[in-house]
Design a protein around this ligand. Structure first.
Ligand SMILES: [Fe+2]
Ligand SMILES: [Fe+2]
Length: 488
């Protein structure tokens, strides 16, 4: 990075002399430094234990954040993952920032924790923090069946960045919450995805990620929940949380890119196979599978699963907890500053779809209580862009098939619709009907077995598995046969 590139006073250099790269002046904060240095070896133990299985010695062509400005945050080079420089990076401080919403709206943003909100904030940070290592754990065996070295490298990039997101939350816990913060930081390394006794905190983060289609669906749909949560926390009146999450969002964008292009390349390959072999009916599943590609109906069923499970992460649509967080100025709404209302919502309402007396009704509820519903609605809109682009790939190939989002009530375990069975079209079914038809809408055991069967590792540079097309461009503009991972 040339010194001319650093033009603004908000550029803060990372302290590379420290064990822990950071732009929070860790060297002069001895208590924090000691706490982080004590936690760091435990983190590395966790990474070696629960991180990518079988690749700890491989050289991986990874992006490392060495600063928060646009030139500094993406330095590429080979590194062994346990030696990755995980660090603490906050987005630049916004001078004179005020709390943008809630009952403290307009007051200066907090640089320290307000005593009355200590436990609420700790809960928010711990829940966010818990999702980060959880996804690394869920994805730890995927490397063994990578469809290419390009994809393997992208998986590992996502994994190390989720690790860094854990660091970001642990930094806040260690810096601002004293002893109980330190205990929470340890507990974040002790829970395990899918563990019966000490599971991760949220449902979707205890599901398996058994195959690469699941990984791409997860990074498109579930990392997008991460985006929505981070966007809400980026509004927080607690400024260090706002700054931490704003920087995390830059990394999150890559995770969703991996998901969108991953699914897009699968669709691309499926369409190629169909056209090459004269398969005109997308529902002629056997014909598509005979060529080792993934049929479009299966993609829809997988998407249905990931969408419905991820929607549950938003919590109950109508929630007094969410109202409390908003009112207190701790967690805002998506695009809070662009919304045209009083940002306090004392007298506003929001239309929530509910199931009452056997029918879906739209009911105006106090907007403060509908914060989760609104975020879920925003999320569903945000999901649509990639789905439209996937559909374009299909229609361009001349194939008559369209992917879509299921009804909001489909397959829900949390919130307004947790007690009913709704089809993707929004028809409400009795248990017997649901059980009889579930496999039309959600992956069935044969689907999952088929996916398992085609997950054969491809590790020759520039080569790809039978079910996925090559990417249009390489990482860091590398050539198609670049060796993104040097296996050991
Ligand atoms: Fe993350
Ligand atoms: Fe992510």
């Amino acid at each position: 990075m040339s010194s001319e590139a650093i033009t603004s006073e908000d550029m803060v250099e990372v302290d590379y002399d420290d064990l822990i790269p950071n732009n929070v002046d860790l060297a002069s904060d001895r208590a924090l430094k000691r706490a982080m240095e004590k936690w760091q070896p435990k983190y590395i133990d966790w990474w070696k234990d629960m991180g990518p299985n079988g690749f700890q010695e491989s050289q991986v062509y990874l992006r490392t954040a060495v600063g928060v400005d646009k030139d500094g945050w993406a330095k590429f080079g080979y590194v062994k993952m346990p030696e990755y420089r995980w660090g603490i990076l906050l987005a630049p401080e916004v001078e004179g920032r005020t709390i943008p919403f809630g009952k403290h709206k307009g007051e200066p943003a907090w640089q320290e924790i307000p005593g009355e909100y200590r436990s609420l904030l700790r809960r928010l940070i711990v829940i966010q923090g818990d999702t980060e290592p959880a996804s690394v754990e869920q994805q730890r065996y995927l490397g063994k069946t990578c469809p290419s070295l390009y994809d393997l490298r992208n998986l590992f990039q996502v994994n190390v960045e989720e690790g860094r997101h854990l660091w970001a939350m642990v930094h806040l816990l260690q810096k601002y919450f004293g002893r109980d913060g330190r205990e929470e930081a340890e507990a974040l390394l002790e829970r395990r995805s899918g563990d019966a006794d000490r599971p991760r905190m949220l449902g979707a983060f205890n599901e398996e990620t058994p195959d690469w289609l699941s990984f791409f669906m997860f990074t498109y749909f579930t990392d997008r929940d991460g985006k929505m949560q981070l966007e809400s926390l980026a509004q927080s009146g607690f400024d260090p949380l706002s700054r931490a999450t704003r920087f995390m969002l830059m990394e999150e964008a890559f995770h969703m890119f991996v998901g969108e292009t991953g699914v897009g390349r699968i669709i691309d390959k499926t369409c190629q196979v169909m056209n090459e072999h004269g398969i005109t009916d997308p529902n002629d599943v056997d014909a598509v599978r005979a060529h080792g590609a993934i049929d479009l109906p299966l993609l829809q069923r997988k998407a249905n699963f990931h969408m419905s499970v991820t929607r549950d992460l938003f919590g109950a649509e109508v929630s007094t907890n969410a109202a409390t967080y908003f009112n207190a100025g701790l967690k805002g709404r998506f695009n809070e500053s662009k919304l045209e209302d009083d940002h306090q919502l004392e007298n506003e309402t929001y239309s929530v779809t509910r199931f009452q007396d056997g029918a879906f009704v739209d009911e105006d509820v106090p907007a403060l209580n509908a914060i989760n519903c609104r975020l879920l609605d925003d999320y569903m809109k945000d999901c649509q862009g990639g789905i439209n682009r996937w559909n374009k790939i299909i229609s361009k190939a001349g194939i008559d098939f369209e992917l879509s989002q299921p009804h909001k009530a489909f397959n829900r375990r949390v919130g307004e619709f947790s007690e009913i069975n709704a089809s993707p079209d929004g028809d409400v079914l009795g248990d017997a009907d649901w059980n009889a038809r579930e496999t039309e809408w959600l992956p069935e055991p044969e689907d999952l077995q088929y996916l398992k069967d085609i997950m054969k590792p491809v590790t020759e540079p520039g080569k790809f598995a039978s079910w996925i097309a090559a990417p249009r461009v390489g990482v860091d503009s590398k050539e198609g046969d670049f060796e993104y991972v040097q296996l050991q």
